[in-house]
Design a protein around this ligand. Structure first.
Ligand code: ZN
Length: 253
């Protein structure tokens, strides 16, 4: 099994490539591209959080607990939260991720269970998409995509490691097929995972639709604000240009 370092190396190379491509080719702002690269790197560790090792789990959830409220700042603004509300919501999310998620993983996740699967990668991407409510729809897809790429890179690397180069061609280890999987050995974790994919998918689709509508409305308003100036001027002029009364009351001699 590839170690932590192999995973972080693979996901950081992919992340830097993904961010650089978006920046050079897609015109993504450098800060957004860098955030995508960073999230892709970190996501390369996510599937092994259930390995039973307490320290990586504690460190990762502490990191996520700090980052998730920051990702959600724009979402808080959409909800119209005042500053105090944002601080309270951030504290609640911190506690939920730091202690709630840790408790869930420690008590319910089996190693190489459904946390280590393709549906889990989709869930990670959907949660990121919902949390990161950027006003630019493309930025949201880019950031959520970064998490999915990092997550999938981990699963693919595990599978590559499971194929050993033997003396007579590649040999397949027993762990082959347990990393990049669509369903777990047990029924209910698989059902929970797919239920979450469907639920989050529906919420994310609704949110994406709304976000894109807002973006298009904002574009129209920008456009209107830019081009309104020349059309506003005729109003006062119209009143001035009213035909003047002919001077009828002048007496002529
Ligand atoms: Zn793994």
């Amino acid at each position: 099994m590839p170690g932590f370092q192999a995973h972080i190396t693979a996901s950081s190379i992919l992340g830097v490539g993904y961010g650089a491509a978006a920046w050079y080719l897609g015109g993504m702002p450098p800060a957004t591209a860098a955030l995508g690269a960073g999230l892709c790197t970190v996501s390369g560790m996510l599937p092994d959080l259930d390995s039973g090792d307490a320290i990586p789990l504690r460190e990762s959830t502490a990191f996520a607990a700090a980052i998730v409220p920051m990702l959600m700042i724009q979402r808080f603004q959409q909800w119209g939260l005042p500053l105090e509300g944002m601080i309270l919501a951030s504290a609640a999310i911190y506690a939920a991720v730091r202690f709630g998620l840790t408790w869930l993983i420690e008590n319910f996740a089996k190693h190489r269970g459904m946390l280590h699967s393709v549906p889990a990668a989709a869930i990670a991407g959907q949660v990121t998409f919902l949390a990161f409510a950027s006003a630019e729809p493309l930025h949201r897809y880019f950031i959520a995509g970064a998490v999915v790429i990092g997550f999938i890179s981990h699963l693919v690397l595990d599978e590559i490691w499971a194929v050993r180069q033997g003396l007579f061609g590649p040999k397949v280890k027993k762990s082959f097929g347990t990393a990049l999987k669509f369903a777990g050995p047990e029924l209910w974790p698989t059902l929970v995972a797919y239920g979450l994919v469907l639920l989050l998918g529906a919420v994310a689709a609704g949110d994406a639709h709304w976000g894109e509508r807002m973006a298009s409305i904002r574009q129209h308003m920008d456009h209107a604000a830019r081009y309104q100036q020349p059309y506003q001027q005729p109003y006062p002029q119209q009143y001035q240009q009213q035909p003047q009364q002919p001077q009828q009351y002048q007496f002529r001699r």
